[in-house]
Design a protein around this ligand. Structure first.
Ligand code: HEM
Length: 139
């Protein structure tokens, strides 16, 4: 895998025909050209996502491990995301088995934000008390 290619989303988009069909699944680029005719789910669904991010569509179906092995065999390279490219689809798909990571991440954000507000509040209160003390002692 030392010669893993890097393709941009624009590169992938230029392969969207039946005779030249790339799809993106989990930020990896796959050449589905030879597989279109063999796909048990039909060629239509694959053509629909040709040249695009098919992660959500792929995961929604709940493809088997065998399907994932076929996918491995079609690998072209890694997707190199550029600013302005569509965000990875399916990241928040409820069908995905490992949504806990992103959930706890957002919970952590919430707690962090709460702590920040709390610390800010305490600091403001402290400053207020300090100023009050100072003005009292100067009387
Ligand atoms: C290159 C990517 C893909 C590969 C290698 C692939 C492979 C497979 C394989 C091997 C199966 C047989 C069942 C299984 O093993 O899970 C299957 C079924 C299926 N696939 Fe895909 N698939 C791909 C992309 C997609 C996409 C993007 C869709 C979009 C909706 C899709 C929809 C389906 C459906 C609906 C079935 C079920 C067919 C049935 O049981 O009648 N597949 N696929």
């Amino acid at each position: 895998m030392s010669d893993a290619k890097e393709l941009t989303y624009a590169d992938v988009q230029s392969h969207s025909g039946k005779k030249d069909l790339y799809v993106v699944v989990h930020d990896k680029v796959y050449d589905a050209t030879k597989f279109v005719d063999e796909h048990p789910g039909g060629e239509e669904v694959l053509l629909d996502v040709g040249g695009q991010d098919a992660t959500e569509a792929f995961e929604d179906v709940g493809h088997s491990d065998e399907a994932r092995e076929i996918l491995d065999g079609l690998l072209v390279g890694d997707l190199k995301r550029m600013p302005g490219d569509p965000a990875p689809s399916g990241a928040a798909a409820p069908a995905a088995s490992t949504t806990t990571a992103s959930k706890s991440e957002s919970a952590g954000m919430g707690v962090g934000l709460y702590a920040l507000v709390l610390v800010g509040g305490i600091a403001a209160f402290g400053a207020y008390k300090y100023l009050q003390m100072n003005s009292e002692s100067s009387k």
